[in-house]
Design a protein around this ligand. Structure first.
Ligand code: TXA
Ligand code: MG
Length: 344
């Protein structure tokens, strides 16, 4: 199966497929989503089946521009309207108390719902056509559970080869080019505003500073005891090859030791390192937005060269890098002991 170009005809077909309970992968400005009709529990169950995702993980509901929030959520605080006005359409997800008719399948059994209005023109066209703009498309990132999110239609096709085509779970993959932002939306929880204030569940392109400026307070970070979002699990966004974060000052030394041990490396960095023998190298821009844009495609490419390790040069720790650093830390989580074991 090839990805479908976004002609009006393909969009109409995709929208009909969603209305009949099938899955459609579509581009958003953050990453590609794997969508289903949010009000059809059987369709939402197909997302979990295709992704291999535990069913207690809630999915974000994507809404058309101008959608009626009060159809999807209740007890909506003024802060939600302020954030919608400032950042929608765009890469911000709001967690609100869910309206009573929202299926458990969408909210993972919680009393909340995640809502987002994407700015990507293809996502918007699909949302406007689906149920004449009054529906919601439940969509997690279009990758297998725990893996790297897709930023291109090819990534979705690689990942879901088995589920595509006649009789498969996914009816179509819409191609809208490479996602501009490159990392998943910022998630802010406003569902317990009175007791907890606004809580940042996942950092992203829309920064804490931008949120604080609109909210008038700095959002809290969630207590580690209550991981409510799968994107906040310690291990996530991970390629198959172990990912190791390395301090730039120690890179040469680490690579020399690994070479001595006969290990092959793939390298991701902003600086060029002509002195290093890497099987593959991805150089990314030195600004956070440019880095985020290339991050997941870079990790996927490096994963394919079958090196023993992907070494990623550590980035600055200032707030502008928060979203990227969060994704890298989770991608590297499972392999955090590997280097120590090999170097010992
Ligand atoms: O940019 C994005 O957010 C992309 C695109 C496709 O919109 N979607 C995405 O979905 O990253 P997913 O499922 O991979 O990550 C969404 C996160 C998950 O960690 C999920 O647990 C959390 O949002 N989430 C969704 N609804 C929630 C809720 N009611 N309460 C807490 N977390 C929620
Ligand atoms: Mg995801």
């Amino acid at each position: 199966m090839r990805a479908a170009d976004c002609t009006p005809c393909n969009l109409a077909e995709a929208s009909e497929a969603l209305e009949s309970g099938l899955l459609v992968a579509f581009p958003t400005e953050t990453v590609y989503g794997l969508g289903a009709d949010a009000e059809n529990p059987a369709a939402v169950a197909r997302i979990y089946e295709a992704k291999g995702r535990p069913s207690d993980h809630p999915v974000i509901v994507h809404l058309a521009p101008g959608a009626d929030l009060s159809y999807w959520a209740k007890d909506i605080p003024e802060a939600a309207h302020l954030l919608v006005k400032a950042f929608w359409p765009g890469p911000l997800t709001l967690i609100l108390k869910r309206a009573d008719h929202i299926p458990d399948a969408v909210s993972g059994g919680q009393d909340t719902v995640g809502l987002r209005c994407p700015s990507h023109p293809v996502a918007q066209e699909l949302l406007k056509s689906f149920k004449a703009g009054r529906g919601g498309i439940a969509a997690p990132s279009a990758n297998k559970f725990g893996r790297v999110s897709p930023t291109k239609a090819e990534h979705v096709i690689e990942e879901f080869e088995q589920e595509l085509g006649p009789g498969g779970l996914i009816a179509s993959v819409l191609d809208g080019g490479q996602s501009d932002v490159g990392i998943e939306s910022t998630i802010i929880d406003l569902s317990r505003l009175a007791t907890h204030g606004p809580v940042l569940l996942r950092p992203g392109h829309i920064s804490v500073d931008q949120l604080s400026a609109v909210l008038g307070v700095v959002p809290a970070t969630p207590d580690a005891a209550a991981p409510r979002a799968s994107g906040t699990l310690e291990s996530h966004y991970a390629p198959r090859t172990p990912v190791i974060l390395v301090n730039p000052d120690e890179l040469d030394q680490v690579v020399a030791v690994l070479e001595n041990k006969g290990k092959t490396i793939a390298l991701m960095s902003c600086q060029s390192h002509p002195e290093l023998q890497a099987k593959a190298w991805t150089q990314l821009p030195t600004d956070p937005a440019g880095y985020a844009f290339g991050l997941y495609a870079g990790l996927r490419e490096l994963d394919q060269v079958a090196a023993d390790l992907i070494l990623v040069e550590q980035l600055p720790s200032d707030p502008a890098w928060q979203g990227v650093n969060d994704r890298l830390r989770r991608a590297a989580f499972d392999s955090r002991h590997v280097l120590g074991e090999w170097l010992s």
